[in-house]
Design a protein around this ligand. Sequence first.
Ligand SMILES: [Zn+2]
Length: 346
Amino acid sequence: MIERMYAEYAWEKTETLLSIDSPSGYTAKAANWVKEAFEKLGFEASITTKGGVIADLGGENAEDALLLEAHTDTLGGMVAEIKGNGRLRLTSLGGMNPNNGEAENVWVYTRGGKVIDGTLQLCNASVHVNGSYSDTKRSWDTMEVVLDEDVKCADDSRKLGIEVGDIVCFEPRTRRTASGYLKSRFLDDKLSVGILLGFAKYLADNGIVPARKVYVHVTVYEEVGHGGSASVPAGVTEAISVDMGCVGNGLVCTEKMVSICAKDSGGPYSYEVVGKLIDAAKKTNADYAVDVYPFYGSDVEATLRSGVDIRHGLIGAGVYASHGYERSHMDGVYNTLKVLSGYLEV
Ligand SMILES: [Zn+2]
């Protein structure tokens, strides 16, 4: 039975990964870190042409291999326009919501290698000046990045090296409470990458060789829909996305549980795989919920759409306030590890 210490390890790795900015399209540094993290545990890992990471966790039967997918790309922004006043209009990378980003610290990565601080604010953001502050609908047209530099016109911003197409990252504000809650932007899906590293460490520490060959694909374009649509190793018969579990009205899962997804916007998951995930949860006494996610798509659905003949499933620690300032819990991390261990009977 996998011990709780591997949940601690998973969070330790997650915290580090959260400190490496990696919105979709700007993931090379994070992917390299992930590759090296698997290598340090003794597993072979490589970067795919597209920029993701494939790791080989070993195992016997390579004709019935299991692929575990998680993503290290996150939401973020891109400079869409340098406005006349030198401030920046953004476009979102993935489903970054302007309501959720308001008043957040951001930084711009210029192509020249500079990092420039700013804040995402409503245009004309002083409530003592703007009578429409409360009534203005937040959108990428009514929000702007105010740079923390002496900028009065577009040329001032360009002189700093900023150009259209630059990447804008949001401060994740990562913290763990004494009660075990985990709060950060982008727990989706760096928490699951941490969980897969925790699982890999469990295999490595105990010299476990699973009966089935196990691969991990840490993808880098999930938030824009095509992360899992390539790089499926030969012999894979099943793929399981390890991604955030939904928490909200009408759903059973909490942040302390592992969520098993029965259906999302992409339709039902494999009845057989969902059944085996439930069996694995029961067998390992994992606190779990089976839920239907109303607005959700996953990497493993992208894998299926790419034409690969596999059965698919999805699990993950419960995450509240998804795509905002997200919250999960150490218990949810541990319960997810339990289901992985139960599924592979290790
Ligand atoms: Zn995700």
